[in-house]
Design a protein around this ligand. Structure first.
Ligand code: XMP
Length: 326
């Protein structure tokens, strides 16, 4: 029978058998899957594992610190953090087209990741055992989906950050291949990972970069990060985290509207709230959030976030709207 404990034991055994005395690396995205996969492999082979986290500057408030501090504290994993914020901002300069943004972010991510990977391989080489394994947080539904090969329409280019270069010279370690998302969360919980990581809602690899409609700049990212943090705080306070699938917060950076605050006229940007309920993100419905929660979020965002004078609610299901705006 299935228990979290037996899954962990079984996987730890299997990982040890597969990796032996060699070394492994793992990309952390901040998401649940890569975190749980890394924690499992860490439990199995300890210091033979090194994790890489690319800070592209498109994360939400507190997320990088969560990986740097809380995840490391909970697992004792060796972590290499690459600060690539400037690089991503430079690459995204002047770009407004959603697909182009996605391609640039995916491309830069792979470059930075490969460079970090090469450094780890070189450092390990000097001290003995080669790095031969790459850990991936592939889940059962991912396995089924990629095996199906029915050629579903490619609506957006999904770069799975934490994802991988094509010309693989590594063998894959995929300890979550037989698990569904809720089981992965149970395993993560059992391994002692922080709740904020284990219960995390889906967040796209390209991060806030595809939640700014318009060019991505440092100022706009800071502004959106504040608005997003407020929305998350209030949804959590209202106990709605499990009820909604996710709630993208979107900045319409190229739109301005007239408002009034204090004794003055304002001409600021709208923030869009996009709370959705869903089973698998293939289809979704807009969440009927309580009005008082929406009111609180709206009041706080317009009071606390500079240059935002309007909050609007997206009441579109998927289809026809996708969950993300870009
Ligand atoms: P859409 O916008 O296509 O999103 O309805 C469906 C789900 O996928 C997430 N998403 C992504 N996840 N890399 C990811 O890892 C991506 O590039 C990406 N784009 C969208 C989105 O947040 C939603 O959960």
């Amino acid at each position: 029978t299935w228990t979290t404990g037996s899954v962990i034991e079984e996987q730890v055994e299997a990982i040890r058998r597969q990796v032996g005395t060699k070394r492994a690396i793992c990309g952390l995205s901040g998401g649940v899957d890569s975190a749980v996969a890394a924690a499992l492999v860490q439990k199995a082979i300890g210091s033979q594992l090194t994790c890489v986290y690319v800070d592209h500057g498109l994360m939400r408030k507190g997320e990088t610190e969560q990986v740097e501090k809380d995840f490391v504290a909970a697992t004792g994993v060796q972590l290499k953090v690459v600060d690539a914020q400037e690089r991503f901002l430079t690459a995204l300069k002047g770009v407004s087209d959603p697909e182009q943004k996605r391609k640039i972010i995916g491309r830069e991510f792979i470059r930075v990741f490969e460079q970090a990977q090469a450094e780890i391989v070189a450092e390990a080489g000097e001290s003995g055992e080669p790095v031969e394994f790459l850990v991936q947080g592939t889940l059962y539904p991912d396995v089924v989906e990629s095996g199906g090969g029915t050629g579903t329409a490619n609506i957006k280019s999904h770069h799975n950050v934490g994802g991988l270069p094509e010309d693989l010279e590594f063998q894959l370690v995929e300890p979550l291949r037989k698990l569904f998302k809720d089981e992965v969360r149970m395993v993560g919980h059992e391994l002692g990972l922080p709740e904020e990581i284990v219960q995390r809602q889906p967040f796209p690899g390209p991060g806030l970069g595809i939640r700014i409609v318009g060019e991505v700049t440092r100022e706009r990212l800071d502004l959106l990060r504040e608005a997003d943090a407020i929305a998350r705080e209030e949804l959590t306070a209202a106990g709605l985290d499990r009820e909604i699938w996710q709630c993208p917060v979107v900045l319409l950076a190229d739109v301005r509207s007239v408002g009034v605050q204090g004794d003055g006229r304002t001409y600021g940007h709208p923030i869009v709230l996009r709370p959705v309920s869903s089973e698998d993100a293939m289809t979704a419905d807009w969440s009927r959030l309580p009005y008082d929660v929406l009111a609180k979020i709206s009041t706080r965002i317009t009071n606390e976030v500079r240059d935002v004078n309007r909050v609007v609610l997206d009441v579109t299901s998927k289809p026809p709207g996708t969950i993300e705006w870009e």
